[in-house]
Structure formats: structure tokens, C-alpha cells
Design a protein around this ligand. Structure first.
Ligand code: ATP
Ligand code: MG
Length: 783
């Protein structure tokens, strides 16, 4: 209504303007990458406040990553001076945490409940499987974890799961025992954060109505990647049949749905449109991010997908430079090439912050990291082994968690005998049995254990209690320093001859806490934001601390931050550094220059995706996300050979390269036109035939074809043995063609083993390199 001339609206195109100023009802914005969806959301929030339509406390905005949430807060504060504390801006997990911190009692959680990260969850499940005397081979803890998370994301408690077979029945039993264990220990995993808050809202009308009254405007970014439970959770805050004049705005791009493998439902968009009787779907077609060649490549690629809602994107920016394409002999050579490119951009005046290296799998980062490290180029890795996941940091966090909640058995077991305190496996077994029998936590059961071991356990419990008393009322920094000292952790690593780096990391933990409290964290970071006392005080059912009135102590907030934050390497924060991350974590971000590495069949598209329903299309959407991160420069690379998980892989270039418009590409290496099988280079054939001639690896190294010695694994069998195998297997010969009924023609790379153990490694071109059991796969030799 008012303030149509607001400077906030000045730079918007007509469609964006319509979206920003849309009436307060349900709306769906469906638009391609870089069209300003996120910008529209942010501007709308600012505009609503500026025009007095809502106060900060009436806003809830959900984003997908912590980085995106922070970005939104930064942009908002730049637009107008607002108190962001009262707003709920964060990830689903972050907001659920905030909700449960306020309502811990009603949610039947201890006030200081702790969050299990992915690896904690697996070790907690492991303990359940062990206690049930089940076989870890049959019930692989990680897979059981997926099962449990899947049930929770469908909103199913153990009692709701229908099991048709014995295996599932057992899984459900593990699920039930795991839930009991978590409840006993006062911990929740990521999926539980969502489910628990959803259930509380569903079952408690007073709370539900309170929040519906409070949040006048609910806005969701990246809606295409919400799962069933997340959508149901959103509906609790802003129900479809609401007569209270609430507004729910969802923003999404079906072409960027990349989490189906984790239960995301792109169908939520259609459901939303129907259930909320969305009058008009707003489309944005102008792309403001990328130069023409980049956009052309993205459009052409995604046109190969059949399941699309259909959108168009155009840009006013010029065509810019074509995409640079590079074929490397090895992953090592690829990294060397990256170094050159990065340096040349840097010399050209581009800051490192604006250069991103993207990859499909975390495992790919190691080679690149070591190249950057050796060249002395600062870089920052997102994801991967996070700072807060390092062993020494987790040990320190475990002590801190025990201060907050001594009944957290996971943390208890982690550090009860670390550093060593003469508490052996036998003693711990007795303790666990006693605790189980009495239904109490390990901490509560220490005095029941007899003998010397028991005395040591009591001493440990006393250590925790006394540290807690000692640090009462201290600052977060003081608490952590005290814990590092009294636990003996710092001394332990100081005297350990390889402990220097760990000591540094522990010191870094203190710095991280300091930073959290002062600048970045406590004030602005919505994820770890303490529940705003003013805003939350009037909430029915909110239970503040009896003594201080705080809903979350700084320590609890920091521990939450450690579990939820996408833990960047804190040491490098603030420095101008090249950004490294998986494509998944690059969603929503943009950089001037993007390097997209590892464009190889089997890696990208990933081999596991090819067997999944809609797998290839999801991989293609991922490629679309990757391409559209670039503003001005995009380079794509692939390697003939790559070391991955301890194995050398012989690769062919990704089919996605063939799906890009030739006119937008600039090949830096000769474009190999080898048709048919789609071999990038003939390298694999050369390698195999070198063996055929008996000349082996050496001659190839001599010929300068192999650039990374360390990456080479010895061929699996000496030639003499190989001969025997090939006779046994009906004339199959390494280096020659084979035919497989499903994968078609390929080249045999390796033969190994004999009899029923015989295996063959075959390069099937488009289908990638595969290991096959010869007793099952009936390979036909072809000439
Ligand atoms: P993605 O799908 O990748 O999340 P998006 O649709 O959310 O993309 P934004 O990140 O909001 O797109 O915007 C892309 C870029 O375009 C940003 O740098 C943004 O500031 C800029 N932009 C958006 N709208 C305009 C506009 N009207 N004028 C100038 N720049 C704009
Ligand atoms: Mg966006």
C-alpha cells in the first residue's frame, strides 16, 4: 500500500516489485537461478517493516544453510536499522532448536538438552545395536541411522511404522530403543529437533495459536528442497485455512531441487499451490547474476531434463567469456592447472573471496587442498571435516556438555577415561549394566560400581561437579579455559609429541567462543541466537531458567552453535581466501569466478545416482546449480585418472559436457571427438595396451604421460597370472573390447582373482568404470 516510492523498491523490476509488495496472503514465487528470489524475500521483509505492517517479532524466515541465514541478516541490517533479535530467521534446524529451548518442559526435554551431530548419532546407534546383541554387519549403524531419520522425516514414531518383514521389525526395535536412550540421556538428533517441535505444535493448541498470532509473515527460501515434515511444520505456523490474515510466501526453483535423495519433495510446491489456493504464481525471468555464455550453458543443460515446470531466463549482461574447459591427465594435474588459473585471476585483480572451487564429493577436496597449501594460497573449506568435528575439539565439547547435562551418556563415555584415569573397559561394562538395570544415566550410577574402578568413576563425576561449581557465573571464555585445565586435556596434548596442532585447535576453540559472544555469533547469528527474552516471555508454556530467567545460557547457546553451525575453519575467517565447497553447499551463493572440477562419468553424474529413481535428472539439476553460481567466469575440468578412496579410477568425461552448447565453450586442451564410447582421450586403452606389450607402468611414466607418481596403484596382478585368468575366462583380454547385456560395449581394464572370485574392471564409456563379478556378469569378448 504505502511507500511505493520507498528507496527499497527502486531497483526492482516489475515482477520483483509485485512480489515484494504482494498482499499479505499465500504466494508462490517460482523462478530460475539468479533471478532475485532471495533478494525479493529480503526486500519484502524490510519493506513490511518500513511500512509498519509488521514488527520484527512478527517475521519468520526460513533458509537452507547457516550461511544463507547470516547473509539474509546482513542484507537486512544494511537496508534498514532494525533489531534483528526478535525476528526468527534461520534454518529449519536452527529455528526448531530455538523453539524447543523455549518450550523444553512441554517438549519433555531437559532444559540443557544437547544436540547430537551426525557422527554422535551413529555412535549412539552403535551402542544400542551392541546392547541388543545384534550384528553390526547386518545392521550397519550408518544405514540404521538413515532408516531412523527417514521415519522421523515422515513423521513416524516407532509405533507408526508398519513392518512387513523380520529385518524391518528389528530396525523398528532399534529405533524404539534408540529413542529411549536419547530421552534418557537428554539428547536429540537433527531429525528429532524437527519432529519434536512439530509434535508439540500439533498437540498443543495454545502454543500453536500463540505462534500463529505472533508470526504474521512466514517466508521460505529454497522451498523446492523441503521435505514432508518441514512442510507440515510450516503449516503449523501458518495453516492453509487461516482466517487470521497470515501470509506464507514460498520461493523456489524446481530445477534446483537437489535433495530428493534425502527425502525432499519437489511436489510440496504443487501441494502448496493447491492447499493454500495460491491465486497467482509469480515468475521472475530476468537473471541478474550471470553473463550470457554462462546462462546459455545452464539453460541448454537443464533442457535435457524431462520433469520440469518450465521457466525461462534471460540476461541483459553481455555474453561475456565462454566457459573454459580443461582435460587433465590426473587429479594432481587438475589441481596444478587450478593453481595457475587462480593465480592469473588474482594477478588480474580479482579477490580470492570471489573465486570458488566446487566439487561433487568431499573426497575430491584433498588433492586440491594440498596443492593450494603447498602453493601458499589461502583457502577456506566449507563442509568436510568441520572444525567442531575434530577429535580434540569434540573431547573438549564433551566436557562442556557434561557441565550442562551430566546425564549425556555419549559425552560421558567419550571422556570418562580421556585423559586416562584408570577406568577400564570392564569397569565401564559394569557401570553400563548397572545403569541399564536401574534406568539411570551413567553419571547417576557411578557410586554403585564397586572397587577401585568405582572409586575412579566417582572421582570423575566429582571432577565434573566441581568444575561446574568453579565456573558458576563465569564468562564463556573462562569456562572453557577452566575445563581445558581441570579436565587435563590441555596438559595431555601439551606433553604429547604430536599434540602441537591439537593444542592450537583447543586454543582456537577458546577464540571461537570469544568471537561467538562478542561479534559474529551471539548478536547476529540467528541460529545460535539466545531466545529473545522479551519476545518469548509472553509465550504460554515457555519455561525460563528458575534462577537467572535466561532461556538459554551462553554455554548452551555455544554448544548448540557447535552442533548446528556448518563449522568453517575459524582460524581463516576474515582472511581473503579461495572458497572450496561441494556443489550442495554452494546452493544460493554466487561468485565472480567458479571452477567446477571432476566432470567425470561415475563421479558427476555420480554412479550411485544412476540407479536411483530420477537419479540422473537430480544430478543434472545439481550441475545446473553449479553452473549458475558463476557471475563472470566459469571453468570446467575433468581428469583421465583420479585417486579416490584409495583406488585409481580411469575416467571418461561427463556426459554433461556434451550437453553444453559448443558455441559457449572454449577448450583449453584438444577437444577429443572420439565418438561411440565417448572416450575422452584413449588414455585407458593406452594404459592397457602398454601392459599388453609387457612394457608396463615405467614406460608410460617415461613417456611423460603420468604426472602423479603417488597416485598410481600397482596393477592388481602380474602379467603371468593375468594370462591364466584370461584363458579361464573365455578369451577375455585386458585392453580388448567386451560386451555386457546391460552396459553395452566396454574396454577391459583389469582381470583379478579366479574361479567364483574372478572380477573384471571394465570401462563402459557412458556407464563409467565398473567392477564386475565374472560369475554373475557374462562378459562377451569382442574384437
Ligand atoms: P538462486 O536461485 O541461485 O538462489 P536467486 O533467485 O535467489 O538465485 P538472488 O541471489 O536473490 O537470486 O539474486 C542474484 C543476484 O542478482 C544478486 O547479486 C542480487 O543482488 C542481484 N539482483 C537481483 N535482482 C536485482 C535487480 N533488480 N537489480 C540488480 N541486481 C539484482
Ligand atoms: Mg536464492
Amino acid at each position: 500500500p504505502a511507500a511505493a516510492s520507498s528507496p527499497l523498491l527502486k531497483n526492482l523490476n516489475p515482477e520483483q516489485l509485485a512480489a515484494v509488495t504482494a498482499p499479505a496472503e499465500a504466494a508462490l514465487i517460482l523462478a530460475g537461478a539468479g533471478s532475485g528470489k532471495t533478494r525479493v524475500l529480503t526486500t519484502r521483509i524490510a519493506w513490511l517493516m518500513q511500512t509498519g505492517q509488521v514488527s520484527p517479532g512478527g517475521i519468520m524466515a526460513v533458509t537452507f544453510t547457516n550461511k544463507a541465514a547470516k547473509e539474509m541478516l546482513t542484507r537486512l541490517t544494511a537496508m534498514l536499522p532494525v533489531n534483528v533479535r526478535g525476528m526468527w530467521i534461520g534454518t529449519f534446524h536452527g529455528l526448531c532448536n530455538r523453539f524447543l529451548r523455549a518450550h523444553w518442559k512441554l517438549a519433555k526435554l531437559p532444559q540443557s538438552f544437547q544436540i547430537l551431530d551426525a557422527s554422535d548419532t551413529v555412535s549412539a546407534i552403535k551402542r544400542v545395536i551392541k546392547a541388543m546383541n545384534l550384528d553390526e554387519e547386518r545392521f550397519v549403524p550408518k544405514q540404521v541411522g538413515w532408516f531412523i531419520a527417514g521415519c522421523k522425516e515422515d513423521g513416524h514414531r516407532p509405533g507408526d511404522v508398519v513392518a512387513h518383514d523380520e529385518q524391518t521389525r528389528k530396525l523398528v526395535e532399534i529405533y524404539a530403543n534408540y529413542d529411549d536412550q536419547c530421552q534418557r540421556e537428554g539428547v536429540v538428533d537433527f531429525a528429532e529437533l524437527m519432529l519434536r517441535s512439530y509434535e508439540l505444535l500439533r498437540d498443543n493448541a495454545a502454543i500453536r495459536e500463540h505462534y500463529q498470532q505472533r508470526f504474521r509473515h512466514v517466508l521460505v527460501d529454497e522451498f523446492q528442497d523441503t521435505n514432508k515434515l518441514q512442510y507440515a511444520w510450516l503449516k503449523m505456523f501458518a495453516p492453509p485455512d487461516s482466517r487470521s490474515g497470515q501470509s506464507l510466501i514460498a520461493v523456489g526453483d524446481d530445477d534446483q531441487s537437489i535433495y530428493a535423495f534425502r527425502g525432499a519433495r519437489v511436489g510440496n510446491m504443487a501441494d502448496f499451490e493447491r492447499e493454500y489456493r495460491v491465486q497467482q504464481v509469480i515468475k521472475l525471468e530476468q537473471n541478474y547474476r550471470s553473463h550470457g555464455h554462462i546462462l546459455d550453458a545452464a539453460n541448454e543443460l537443464i533442457s535435457h531434463n524431462s520433469q520440469r515446470l518450465g521457466k525461462t531466463l534471460r540476461t541483459d549482461a553481455g555474453q561475456g567469456e565462454p566457459l573454459r574447459v580443461y582435460e587433465a591427465a590426473s587429479d594432481f594435474a587438475e589441481a596444478q592447472w587450478l593453481l595457475e588459473e587462480l593465480q592469473s585471476l588474482y594477478r588480474g585483480g580479482l579477490v580470492r573471496q570471489e573465486m570458488a572451487i566446487l566439487y561433487r564429493s568431499n573426497a575430491q577436496s584433498r588433492v586440491i587442498e594440498s596443492a593450494l597449501f603447498n602453493a601458499g594460497i589461502p583457502y577456506r573449506v566449507y563442509g568436510g571435516l568441520r572444525f567442531f568435528e575434530r577429535a580434540e575439539v569434540k573431547h573438549a565439547l564433551a566436557y562442556l556438555r557434561l557441565l550442562e547435562n551430566p546425564n549425556d551418556d555419549t559425552s560421558f563415555l567419550r571422556v570418562v577415561n580421556f585423559p586416562t584415569r584408570g577406568i577400564g573397559a570392564k569397569t565401564l561394562e559394569t557401570l553400563q549394566d548397572l545403569a541399564k538395570a536401574s534406568g539411570r544415566s551413567l553419571y547417576q550410577s557411578v557410586s554403585a560400581v564397586p572397587g577401585k574402578g568405582g572409586a575412579n568413576l566417582v572421582a570423575f563425576a566429582n571432577l565434573i561437579d566441581s568444575t561446574r561449581n568453579l565456573t558458576q557465573g563465569h564468562t564463556l571464555r573462562e569456562i572453557i579455559e577452566q575445563v581445558l585445565a581441570t579436565s587435563g586435556l590441555m596438559d595431555f596434548y601439551r606433553t604429547d609429541k604430536d599434540g602441537a596442532e591439537r593444542v592450537e585447535n583447543l586454543e582456537e576453540l577458546v577464540n571461537a567462543a570469544e568471537a561467538f559472544v562478542t561479534q559474529e555469533g551471539f548478536g547476529k547469528d540467528a541460529v545460535a541466537l539466545p531466545v529473545d527474552e522479551v519476545a518469548e516471555a509472553g509465550t504460554p508454556g515457555a519455561t525460563p531458567d528458575a534462577e537467572t530467567g535466561e532461556i538459554m545460557s551462553p554455554l548452551a547457546a555455544f554448544l548448540t552453535h557447535a552442533a548446528l553451525e556448518a563449522g568453517d575453519n575459524q582460524a581463516q575467517a576474515g582472511q581473503d581466501a579461495v572458497q572450496l565447497m561441494t556443489i550442495h553447499s554452494a546452493k544460493g551463493l554466487e561468485f565472480d569466478a567458479v571452477f567446477l572440477t571432476g566432470l567425470e562419468e561415475g563421479l558427476f553424474p555420480h554412479e550411485n545416482a544412476l540407479s536411483a529413481h530420477d537419479g540422473l535428472e537430480e544430478e543434472r539439476r545439481l550441475m545446473y546449480v553449479a553452473i549458475t553460481r558463476a557471475r563472470k567466469k566459469l571453468a570446467i575440468s575433468f581428469c583421465q585418472t583420479r585417486m579416490l578412496h584409495g583406488q585409481t579410477r580411469y575416467n571418461v568425461k561427463s556426459r554433461f559436457l556434451d550437453e553444453l552448447p559448443e558455441t559457449s565453450l572454449k577448450w583449453l586442451t584438444p577437444r577429443n571427438q572420439a565418438g561411440g564410447m565417448g572416450f575422452g582421450s584413449g588414455f585407458s586403452r593406452d594404459y592397457a595396451s602398454a601392459w599388453e606389450r609387457g612394457s608396463g607402468l615405467k614406460s608410460m611414466v617415461g613417456a611423460g604421460r603420468v604426472e602423479q607418481k603417488a597416485a598410481w596403484v600397482e596393477p592388481p596382478l602380474p602379467p603371468s597370472l593375468r594370462q591364466k585368468v584370461s584363458e579361464e575366462h573365455g578369451g577375455l583380454r585386458v585392453g580388448k573390447g567386451v560386451f555386457h547385456t546391460k552396459f553395452g560395449e566396454g574396454v577391459l581394464l583389469t582381470l583379478e582373482g579366479s574361479g567364483t572370485d574372478a572380477r573384471a574392471q571394465v570401462n563402459f564409456g557412458r556407464h563409467g568404470v565398473k567392477w564386475l563379478a565374472l560369475s554373475v556378469a557374462k562378459l562377451q569378448p569382442i574384437d
